[in-house]
Design a protein. Structure first.
Length: 309
């Protein structure tokens, strides 16, 4: 019993040390990650706010011909005087949209092979920070799921980064599954993870977040070697969450079965997303971060276009 107690204490000490080391590492890397996120957000220049439809707002959108149900106060008399028809002035709908962001910072996201210039964790953080910058620039509100209130402040991205540093070891970020949270109607959610947990657990977690008129987007971030299993010979694999080990002989013989299992898991993820009307995409860390950003923007614009005025 004494030996077991000592082992438990040593395990807790190692866990605390690992958490402290990870927190310090994130704090040291955050300025670099913020610069990379800013570079990506500037590269993706067209933004995400373009709803391009009529509604309450201050920005002029277009003139159109007067219709029977239009109020006379909408008529633009100057434009009408220079034409043969009566015209009304429409403004672009500018109601702010709240988008909840969640990056998976669990141990499995620390993985980085020689085929990639960055870890899954750092790529998830860069994508989240860049997306936050674009959203706020477009007039949207952003928040960290389970950690912050939504804000449209110009310092929103910096505040999210500070919150991530302060809560790097929080269960909200490190369990591998998005936290339970109450999301109001017409909000959006972007979840960035490797999504390698069992499908039933992922499905339950996402189902709790999904609701009426809530749009969602799942971004699966994988290292290229996780896709290809391009190892040869005898290899030892270590499970990052609990440290379990497994040694495989002639790993190349397992490659086909592994790929089939990974693809089956991915089909399950797509089915989970499709059932609730969310989108799903895959991003590999050896590819530019701008690629998933452009795809996300297009999908978010489509989701916003389906929202009622």
């Amino acid at each position: 019993m004494v030996a077991n107690s000592a082992n438990t204490s040593q395990s807790k000490v190692r866990q605390v040390a690992r958490i402290e080391q990870a927190a310090h590492g994130l704090a040291e890397r955050m300025p670099e990650l913020m610069l990379e996120a800013a570079r990506i957000s500037h590269t993706v220049t067209h933004g995400v706010h373009g709803r391009r439809r009529a509604g309450p707002g201050e920005t002029f959108w277009q003139f159109r011909q007067y219709e029977q149900n239009d109020s006379a106060t909408l008529i633009d008399w100057r434009r009408t005087a220079s034409a043969h028809h009566v015209y009304v002035r429409e403004r672009e709908w500018e109601a702010a949209h709240t988008v909840w962001l969640w990056p998976d910072l669990s141990p499995s996201m620390d993985f980085q092979s020689t085929l990639s210039p960055t870890s899954k964790r750092d790529r998830a953080l860069v994508l989240m920070l860049a997306l936050s910058e674009l959203l706020v620039r477009g007039g949207e509100r952003v928040g960290l799921l389970g950690l912050t209130n939504p804000t449209a402040s110009r310092r929103a991205t910096a505040r999210l980064a500070e919150t991530l540093i302060a809560h790097e070891d929080s269960e909200v970020l490190t369990t591998g599954l998005p936290p339970q949270a109450r999301i109001s109607r017409f909000s959006g959610t972007v979840l960035i993870s490797d999504f390698l947990d069992p499908l039933d657990k992922i499905g339950e977690a996402i189902k709790r977040l999904a609701g009426d008129q809530i749009s969602g987007h799942l971004v699966q971030v994988l290292d290229p070697i996780e896709e290809s299993l391009s190892f040869e010979g005898r290899m030892e694999f270590i499970e990052p969450e609990h440290g379990e080990r497994w040694i495989g002989d002639r790993v190349e013989n397992l490659r086909e079965a592994y790929r089939e299992k990974l693809e089956a898991h991915r089909r399950g993820l797509r089915e989970i997303a499709n059932r609730i009307g969310w989108s799903f995409m895959v991003h590999h860390t050896d590819r530019p971060a701008t690629e998933p950003m452009l795809s996300l923007i297009a999908r978010m614009q489509e989701s916003n276009g389906r929202r009622p005025a």
